[in-house]
Write a protein that binds this ligand. Structure first.
Ligand code: FMN
Length: 188
């Protein structure tokens, strides 16, 4: 059976991470259920350009409206393998940490936690307040994986594209759906 993965995109900096995660998921043959927050739409345009949202939607199997709390992925009964939020803003992180389920992205993330499925959050902010750190602790205690999108300096990336592609590959690998795709230290 083809794995179905939810890709949530919030309005933190790092919109390229969303595109790279979608590319990696497509490469491993996963179906992508995409949900974008309004601020994600804005950062995609600001950071990448006017065609970015269309390119991202083009990689998805299904695109859901952020307000559509009746979408299939709002329910634990949907056969979903897990979810990546890339990038994950501190607002979405806080909503997930406190179980607000206040839009389809945070609801779908909450569903992964209640169903004990993998949830990978590419939480981006700098520097971090105590609230951010506490919310990261809370989601970790509930079973989510916080993967801050920091470069793998030891791989000596030459471009930001190399950095975001590596982080996206690590995020997808953490779902453990296929053989690892991320470059690893010590690999020939
Ligand atoms: C260009 C830009 C960059 C931003 N970067 C971040 C960021 O790195 N981390 C963050 O938590 N919020 C960031 N924000 C603010 C969020 O977009 C804002 O808090 C928003 O309410 C997040 O809502 P969402 O989680 O529903 O997308 C940024 C906003 C803009 C316009």
């Amino acid at each position: 059976m083809t794995a179905r993965v939810i890709l949530g995109v919030s309005g933190a900096s790092g919109a390229a991470l969303a595109l790279d995660c979608a590319r990696v998921l497509a490469r491993i043959g996963a179906e992508i259920d995409l949900v974008l927050s309004p601020m994600a739409e804005r950062t995609l345009t600001l950071e990448i350009g006017p065609g970015a949202q269309e390119a991202l939607c083009g990689l998805a199997t299904r695109v859901h409206g952020i307000g559509d709390l009746g979408a299939s992925i709002a329910s634990g009964s949907s056969p979903v393998a897990g979810m990546i939020v890339a990038p994950c803003s501190m607002r979405s992180l806080a909503a997930i940490a406190h179980g607000l389920d206040d839009n389809l992205l945070t609801r779908a993330a909450g569903v992964q936690l209640k169903e004990r499925r993998p949830l990978v959050l590419l939480a981006r902010e700098a520097p971090l307040t105590l609230a951010h750190l506490r919310n990261m602790t809370a989601v970790t205690e509930m079973g989510a994986i916080v993967l801050p999108p920091v470069p793998a300096f030891y791989l000596r990336p030459a471009t930001t594209a190399e950095i975001t592609a590596q982080i996206a590959a690590r995020a997808v690998d953490l779902l453990r759906l296929a053989a690892p795709v991320a470059a690893a230290w010590g690999q020939d």
